[in-house]
Write a protein that binds this ligand. Structure first.
Ligand SMILES: C[S@@+](CC[C@H](N)C(=O)[O-])C[C@H]1O[C@@H](n2cnc3c(N)ncnc32)[C@H](O)[C@@H]1O
Length: 199
């Protein structure tokens, strides 16, 4: 089994402070979305240290933040307490979620979780997200990195717009797509906001 499928790989990265993906602050694109979208039940998968989880909670969303690294979830709880918001932090493998969270969320947030998982599990990822969203729930994703080939290895493993749109074509509609002006500088043109709705 690829080691990225195991929590120990990611836990080790957090403990070694080897977390190059970590912005140390909320993602600007999600900050804007949190201030504009109707509130609802929202899940961040592979949430990391929880900066985005806090922003959505501050804007009135009922946030569940999921990660299988214990350190990440501990940090989410600490940040929530410091920010005086409630977040349900869940230390669990996203591939073990569906029964407990079937048809639960209005929104799922994707931010460098898709590229962190074993590419062989991408269709399973689609199944998980589809299962945990309510009908008409939305998957709001910053799909990244679009400039890396899959055979260059990972994590992060590369993807393409075509791959993402094909994966979310059969039982989804695409609500919007945009190279967002608020993408952080190092990811400008390398990530795209694409929002899919569960049919
Ligand atoms: C590249 S990091 C991104 C973290 C966060 N989204 C951010 O942007 O800061 C990927 C995260 O996904 C988590 N992760 C990877 N595979 C997972 C799985 N199968 N279940 C739960 N969490 C997972 C890792 O522990 C890690 O925190």
């Amino acid at each position: 089994m690829n080691e990225v499928n195991k929590p120990d790989f990611w836990e080790g990265r957090y403990q070694a402070q080897n977390t190059s993906w970590d912005l140390g602050r909320p993602t600007p694109v999600f900050k804007t979305i949190a201030s504009k979208y109707p509130t609802g039940k929202l899940c961040i998968i592979g949430c990391g240290r929880g900066y985005d989880a806090v922003v959505f909670a501050e804007n009135g969303f009922d946030v569940t933040a999921i990660d299988f690294s214990e350190t990440a979830i501990k940090d989410v709880h600490q940040l929530a307490a410091k920010s005086d918001v409630h977040i349900t932090g869940v230390c669990k493998d996203i591939f073990d979620l569906p029964i407990e969270f079937l048809n639960t969320f209005d929104y799922v947030i994707e931010q460098t979780c898709f590229c962190a998982i074993d590419p062989e599990r991408r269709s399973e990822y689609e199944t998980v997200v589809h299962s945990i969203l309510k009908p008409h729930g939305q998957l709001i994703g910053l799909w990244f990195p679009l400039d890396k080939l899959i055979n260059e290895g990972g994590p992060p493993w590369g993807t393409t717009e075509e791959e993402v749109k094909t994966l979310f074509s059969k039982r989804w509609i695409k609500n919007m797509e945009k190279f967002h002006e608020e993408s952080i500088e190092p990811r400008k043109g390398r990530e795209k906001l694409i929002i899919f709705e569960k049919i």
